[in-house]
Design a protein around this ligand. Structure first.
Ligand code: NAP
Length: 203
């Protein structure tokens, strides 16, 4: 292995961040011998659904990652105007760290499946190796369709059975999310009444 610094870039919407994401980042750090993992919440939507304000998603990610000294959070996508393109994100990281770094872009397998529709996919694959994380029941053979010339690794993470969609739905219907997210994340969601209408039932 080269003696370059190895940095994981954990890209996601994180609406909200949950234990599945944290387990995934920690597993990637260990499996791929990363020196650090930088969480990068996406900017404001260009996509399919409304997402919570970027500042809330940033704060949630900060609160969740604070106890781990190998984790940090970047505002790079939040502060950049316009759509979030991974190519631009990775280029900025390359500029910041210089050539002496190997970047690993970690994200969900479903997101990776769409990589050929991303902006400049070849450049993305040149800038970073991809780590596609999935839930155990996920059919990884789907990823064989995309030819990425040895630049992609897969990782099955049982904890990714936790999903942001389910958490938002739970909050909306007053079901508990304790033990699915760190306590500080739970508190922030309650204080900011995210994903409401939020019934304050017993939890
Ligand atoms: P998404 O469609 O919201 O998520 C797809 C699936 O992956 C969901 O099951 C999601 O679970 C999971 N997931 C998302 N991020 C993850 C992570 N870091 N680790 C493990 N699982 C994760 O995807 P997205 O959040 O919008 O986009 C993911 C990344 O791809 C972002 O960094 C985004 O900027 C990038 N992207 C780039 C382009 C482009 O360059 N044109 C286009 C699309 C996406 P949860 O819902 O539980 O998180």
């Amino acid at each position: 292995m080269s003696d370059k610094r190895r940095v994981g870039i954990m890209g996601g919407t994180f609406d909200p961040v949950h234990y599945g994401h944290l387990v995934c980042a920690e597993e990637a750090r260990w499996q791929f011998e990363l020196d650090e993992v930088v969480f990068v919440p996406t900017g404001q939507p260009w996509q399919k659904r409304e997402v919570s304000p970027a500042e809330d998603r940033y704060m949630l990610t900060m609160l969740a990652t604070a106890p781990n000294t190998k984790f940090s959070v970047s505002r790079i996508d939040i502060d950049r105007e316009g759509p979030t393109y991974t190519r631009d994100t990775l280029q900025k990281f390359k500029e910041f760290y210089g050539e002496d770094v190997d970047l690993f872009f970690i994200t969900g397998a479903d997101a990776v499946l769409d990589i050929l529709t991303w902006k400049d996919p070849d450049e993305v694959l040149e800038l970073a190796q991809l780590i596609a994380a999935s839930r155990p029941e996920y059919d990884l053979s789907k990823l064989d369709q995309i030819k990425v010339a040895g630049r992609m690794k897969t990782m099955q993470i049982p904890a990714l059975s936790i999903s942001s969609t389910d958490i938002r739905e739970r909050v909306k219907t007053g079901r508990p999310i304790r033990y699915l997210v760190p306590r500080e994340v739970l508190r922030y969601i309650e204080e900011r009444a995210l994903y409401s209408s939020f019934s304050k039932g017993p939890r």
